[in-house]
Design a protein around this ligand. Sequence first.
Ligand code: 5Z5
Length: 270
Amino acid sequence: MEAYQFLDNIGKGSFAKVYKVLRKTDQKIFVAKEMEYGRMSEKEKQQLVNEVNILRELKHPNIIKYYDRIVDKQTQKLYIIMEHCEGGDLAQFLKKLRKDKEYLPEESVWKIFSQIVQALCEIHKRQNKILHRDIKPANIFLDKTVKLGDFGLARMLNINSEFAHTQVGTPYYMSPELIEDHKYNEKSDIWACGCLLYEMCSLQPPFQAQNYLALAMKIKQAQYENIPQQYTAEMKRVISWCLSVNQDQRPSVDDLLNLPRISIRLREKR
Ligand SMILES: CNC(=O)c1c(C)[nH]c(/C=C2\C(=O)Nc3ccc(Cl)cc32)c1C
């Protein structure tokens, strides 16, 4: 990592530390995600190679840009160099709103959501379909555009891995089918989008409990409190649609792109 100067430790991604770094050649700022691969099994190393290969292929304004990967054989650490987003992550942003008791205007909620749906469209519609598997505010970054990042758990549909059952932190956004130990699929990402939309309105996840079992019960019954009254019936409808227990009843990415509050934005972009 001689080409970069470490500036700050800015947080944790999935299974990793995240640093703000300066590229010495042009003084540009990036983010380096540091992962220790020394203690990883061969399968986990394959997952790491898989994450980097996923990132390298993705080029979209609403997906965190991958720049480089550096292997430090001495320390047995892999660094993934990615774009830096001045605004930090959405989790911190929502945490500040909650502290200031300030709700997000509905227009802002749709603006963020429409960009995440576009990112999802990009990864779901590829020939080699990709599932993100960890959509949540901490993996959404704010800059001139909103960007979906940290594909730490993403994988091509055709590669199974024991990571499938790896959970880091409380699984607030876990879907009913995952609780039933069914296969993760694109409708599980849609469930997570419903949780994200809910949390942007309520400033807390739809499903919370004191323990995993109680959380699982609430998720399986899609039992959640109403969002604040200031949001429209359309917002409530889309959240309810994404949080359909039966995944076949959930919207597809195309259904979400065709929502009036999203499609109007896409037309304006053209
Ligand atoms: C207080 N947090 C920050 O200031 C912050 C900022 C300005 N950027 C970030 C994080 C990232 C960032 O800016 N780009 C990233 C790409 C991948 C991952 Cl896993 C994280 C990031 C953070 C956590």
